[in-house]
Ligand binder design. Structure first.
Ligand SMILES: Cc1cc2nc3c(=O)[nH]c(=O)nc-3n(C[C@H](O)[C@H](O)[C@H](O)COP(=O)(O)O)c2cc1C
Length: 293
């Protein structure tokens, strides 16, 4: 949807990411085709492709075949946290003015398969790609553990509440990060844990990395940069975040990311807020915990 902000769209984001070595995940709902986004990118630039599985599986299979053929995408990101549209009030208001049927988000999610399962969907995916799989939208430590049981096919998880756009009062990624640390830290040994949502400062990124995140994602900041200044705006966004991260690490006395660790963050206020109920970690348990509000 990036062209809503600037005509350069997702290709502009790709150009902006280039000199920072930032990964870019191209969305199913991207306003440019994956072929257009990667067109001028050097071989070294890394892209993932985000998948909303469609009820019409044939169309998802055709899209995966196209991504495989493209040869420039290095991993597939399966989004789990938006099987249906959330209640997007701005969209609903816009609908009154511009559309007669269904809000923008209702229309965007029409056709998305809301019935994904750990067994059927991952097996289906393995039949259509050999690329590493990243599961995006994990919001409980139980789901993180389930994902770890599917490593190494599942290479990473993104702790995310879809930028707070799917379900209000859903926990922020840092809660889930702390939940994993508390209840099932072995997850960190099995797969990479990435986080997104509300990363606005270099300090946000550094704190997440101190607590075990291997990667940190941004959604809106990249779009704001793009909308304000095209490719240069995206570069400026990444430069600010990069400078802030360096300053933060210098002031913490950390020379490399390997020096970052939980000893550098005071989480005591947050510990009060994270889930403190039953663990539900028994693999044979019939309780499947999808979310905790
Ligand atoms: C305009 C917009 C469109 C988005 N579209 C998708 C999408 O198609 N697929 C997806 O997995 N996440 C989507 N997201 C969520 C982002 O991938 C990401 O999880 C979120 O924006 C991170 O929070 P932040 O915006 O606070 O950085 C979208 C977010 C925004 C703001």
């Amino acid at each position: 949807m990036a062209r809503l902000g600037h005509p350069a769209g997702e290709k502009g984001i790709a150009e902006g990411c280039r000199s920072f070595g930032s990964l870019q995940i191209i969305a199913t709902n991207s306003s440019l085709s994956p072929e257009q986004v990667v067109a001028d990118a050097p071989e070294t630039q890394v892209f993932g492709w985000q998948l909303y599985v469609q009820l019409n599986r044939k169309s998802s299979e055709e899209m995966l075949a196209r991504i495989n053929r493209l040869g420039r995408i290095k991993f597939i990101v399966l989004t789990l946290d938006a099987p249906v549209s959330g209640k997007r009030e701005d969209d609903e208001r816009l609908n009154i003015q511009f559309h007669s049927t269904g809000s923008v988000s209702t229309q965007l999610f029409a056709g998305t398969d809301p019935f994904l399962t750990w067994t059927e969907t991952l097996e289906w995916l393995s039949e259509h790609t050999t690329m590493p799989i990243v599961l995006k939208g994990v919001q409980t430590h139980e789901d993180a553990l389930m994902a770890a049981q599917h490593a190494p096919f599942v290479k990473a998880i993104v702790l995310s509440n879809h930028g707070g756009r799917s379900l209000d009062t859903a926990p922020p990624a840092v809660h889930t990060l702390l939940e994993i640390r508390k209840y099932c830290p072995r997850v960190f040994d099995k797969l990479e844990v990435w986080v997104d949502g509300g990363i606005r400062r270099g300090t946000d990124a550094v704190k997440a990395m101190c607590l075990g995140a291997k990667g940190v994602g941004i959604g809106r900041p990249a779009l704001w940069g793009l909308a304000a200044g095209g490719v240069e705006g995206v570069e400026r966004t990444l430069q600010i975040l990069s400078d802030e991260m360096k300053t933060c690490m210098r002031l913490l006395g950390a020379k490399t990311v390997e020096d970052l660790g939980p000893h550098l963050v005071n989480t005591s206020r947050l510990q009060r807020d994270i889930y403190g109920g039953m663990e539900y970690l028994d693999a044979g348990s019939s309780v499947i915990v999808k979310g905790k509000l």
